[in-house]
Design a protein around this ligand. Sequence first.
Ligand SMILES: [Zn+2]
Length: 292
Amino acid sequence: MDAIPMVDVAMVTGSTSWGIAVPEDVDLPGVRVIARDLTFETPYGLSQEWKLIELDGSLTFDGKTRNALVVWSHGNRVDEIDHSGQRRAFWVLREAGVRKVLCCATQGSLNRAIQAGDFVIVADVLELTQTPYSLLPGRQRFDASGKQLVCPSCAATVARVAGAQWPEGRRVFGIESQLVAAHAWGPRLSSPAEVLAYRTLGADIINHSLAPEATLSREIGACFVNVGYVTAPFQGYFAPADVNVVRGDVRDDLVDLATRVAIVALAEFDLDAPCHCAGLRSAQPENRWSRR
Ligand SMILES: [Zn+2]
């Protein structure tokens, strides 16, 4: 079993980068894999498919070499559907002392104006049931706020990096657009009825992973931001059955670039930005659990 390294930043990969090795398949000088195929033991079982990477000082915000943990596809197991993988992954991130988490997932649009290939950094999440896989140590020890689930400082970094590289004709929506992500566990894609329901509730995009990771980031006291782009346009959900909802051509065009944006943003995060995220998980008085 591998020892969990201490790092400040981490990347949770997902459909944004499916089909390529991260970071090996992205041509980005200054990025080095220190170790791959790492497996960590957690109270919830083994967490697998981790890498430890090094980001050279030529890339980083403070000019210092920065190590980062990278986990494959939300902490999923390779051969089964297991929605609790994120809890194992974020338990590892908490043990590693991670302060900023960047999570990658493509998106379905619930809004005609947000089109295939648009890059969407969300501002809030809509997860009505919340995750059953909480990491808070007991019910009484912490309050976890639902405010500012997306870190404004990290979002500004991702928007700046994406804005400099995203293809002309495709848009980058930053946190100021105040777009909302709905959550469905998947893996089935949303039905037309579900799309209309989530849209009516106020969501602008939907996917299978973003909201639980925002919640788990809050629970470990870390900043959270998403990296993702729309592969399933709104109109696609209502097209004839033989028309794929997910635009594979868009995904193929953008998978390398989006992964590059994620890695560069990871390097460019300001670790000491005064964003208040960590304080939005607040310890409660001891008598809440000790006096009974
Ligand atoms: Zn923050």
